[in-house]
Design a binder for this molecule. Structure first.
Ligand SMILES: [Ca+2]
Length: 359
């Protein structure tokens, strides 16, 4: 209808005026919507700026501490998880556990990358995810986790942290394929043993994550990126027990439920691997005793913490050389790495861990 056809009659004028009101209201509504969305965008941008983008590289399903670290990660709003890659052994099987965990806690926005596979064998948490079909994961699963890691680092607009809590075949392969990732990322790892070994005392040990793939660790520890590690000196003495452990056990949230279910499956398989003839009653008794008393040593949770803060630990800049037999020796001529060599306040870290897990 053209403007010429508008009649000057009162009826038409009324309609015309009503129309103007409708237009005015629509413009106002549009203005409010745009203003509101601008404010939201501003908030989102602010939140986005404050969050630290990270990639979590984990050998989950071997020791259970990776699952505690994953739970801490998911409960830490400072961190923006861009990708989780699975390390060592049957990496597709490990990706199933990660996928089921993420789906259970409603975080299928997080992509999963399947890391370098060494074998088709079993891992101790397989039973927990045995009925899960990885192809049903609503989020993205990258078959080539190493490439996904490279792409995630290279396209990140902000410096990204690679938080690695297992041996390092994926990270070494990524550095081999695209050395420029070292200029775009920082490395934060649970690796090595500087002055104290597995029992919390000198001498240092050949720590598993380094020793299991020492050549790969050498590649990662000489790449030109900023590195921060928690060696056994700090991560090897973290264990949650007593009232703090009971808080986690009793919280019964999706995250703590998935965590404790995994702990149970992992512990059960560990006993079965060593005592095949154990009666079901004895097996259950041992599981209940352990599951009701304490966590195991939660090495990997400290690497997640160091990705957010170093406040509670004493940090030292040390030249660290990875030896062929898997030790991390202090060597002034080696690349300087930031090492958490002692706790300033271990109790505060344990409180933070429990607070995060139970919130
Ligand atoms: Ca680990």
């Amino acid at each position: 209808m053209s403007e010429i056809s508008i009649s000057p009659s009162a009826r038409v004028r009324t309609l015309f005026l009503s129309g103007r009101w409708i237009v005015a209201l629509a413009v106002l509504a549009l203005f409010l919507t745009v203003a509101g969305s601008c404010a939201l965008d501003k908030d989102s941008a602010l939140a986005g700026r404050q969050k630290i983008p990270i990639i979590f590289d984990t050998d989950i399903c071997d020791d259970i501490d990776d699952t505690w670290a994953l739970a801490l990660l998911l409960q830490s709003p400072e961190l923006d998880i861009k990708l989780i890659t699975t390390e060592v052994g049957n990496t597709p099987s490990k990706a199933k556990t990660v996928a089921k965990f993420l789906e259970t806690v409603g975080r299928t926005d997080i992509p999963i990358g399947i890391g370098v596979k060494q074998h088709d064998g079993h891992h101790r948490q397989d039973a927990w995810a045995k009925d899960y079909d990885l192809s049903s994961y609503p989020g993205t699963v990258y078959r080539d986790g190493v490439q996904a890691l490279i792409d995630t680092v290279m396209k990140s607009r902000k410096p990204i942290k690679v938080v690695a809590v297992g041996p390092l075949p994926n990270i070494a392969a990524a550095l081999e394929r695209e050395p420029r990732i070292a200029g775009k990322a920082e490395f934060v790892g649970m690796h090595g043993s500087v002055r104290r070994g597995y029992d919390g005392n000198p001498p240092p040990s050949a720590e598993y994550n380094v020793k299991a793939f020492a050549k790969e660790a050498q590649k990662v520890f000489t790449a030109p990126w900023n590195m921060t590690i928690t060696p056994l000196d700090t991560c090897g003495i973290v264990q949650i027990k007593g009232g703090k452990y009971q808080e986690v056990l009793k919280r019964n949230s999706p995250v703590t439920r998935a965590l404790i279910e995994n702990y149970r499956a992992w512990y059960r398989q560990g006993i079965l691997d060593e005592h095949k003839d154990l009666s079901e009653a004895e097996l259950n008794k041992r599981i209940e005793e352990k599951l009701n008393s304490s966590s195991t040593t939660l090495f990997d949770t400290v690497a997640v913490y160091l990705a957010m803060s170093t406040e509670l630990a004493k940090m030292e800049k040390l030249g660290i050389r990875v030896t062929d037999d898997g030790y991390t020796r202090i060597d002034e001529s080696a690349k300087v790495i930031s090492c958490a060599t002692e706790w300033k306040n271990l109790e505060a870290f344990e409180d933070l861990l429990v607070d995060r897990l139970t919130k």
